[in-house]
Design a protein. Structure first.
Length: 175
């Protein structure tokens, strides 16, 4: 459900960390419903990417991913979160965001390659899904994705096949 943005990003992040459940819900709906055409500054989101609160970092990534191509200015920061954040759910969301913001950007692709080897199976699965959106994969990427069919996590192993199938379908559609 989209709620038109009211207030400011600083207020939304304050609501997310406050004790009022209704305001926390409102903030998550506003941030999760942002659209590229919304006149929202990127800086409050970027500033929170290195903060101590996992929930705030998560929602900062969500907000940035929703704001479209202008977020490319913050891509390096999102890449950093995707490979260094301690919470796997935050890394997972950052990987997903990279595939929506800049799947053709070399920084994003390099980060997705790292995420394919993440300790968390949730992040590895998200990285496989993200690789489907990368328009120019290297042959080594295909080999790495195929090798993940032997992943210790059954879901990741399954996603290896799903990713390869989707990549192949995408190539057929482009022909």
């Amino acid at each position: 459900m989209r709620i038109a943005p009211s207030g400011s990003p600083d207020e939304w992040f304050s609501w997310l960390t406050g004790s009022d459940r209704a305001l926390r819900k409102r903030a998550s709906l506003i941030i999760g419903g942002l659209e590229p055409t919304d006149d929202v500054a990127l800086e409050p989101f970027v500033a929170r990417l290195r903060g101590p609160d996992d929930d705030v970092v998560f929602w900062a990534v969500v907000g940035l991913a929703r704001l479209g191509p202008r977020v490319l200015a913050a891509l390096s920061e999102i890449c950093h979160v995707a490979v260094t954040h301690s919470a796997f759910g935050v890394r997972q969301e950052a990987v997903s965001a990279l595939s929506r913001i800049g799947p053709e950007d070399p920084r994003a692709v390099a980060t997705l390659r790292i995420a394919l080897r993440d300790a968390s199976p949730f992040v590895r699965r998200q990285a496989l899904q993200a690789m489907i959106r990368v328009p120019q994969l290297e042959p080594t990427d295909i080999v790495l994705i195929a090798s993940m069919a032997d992943d210790s996590d059954e879901t990741v192993a399954s996603w290896s096949e799903i990713a390869l199938r989707n990549i192949k379908l995408r190539k057929v559609e482009l022909s």
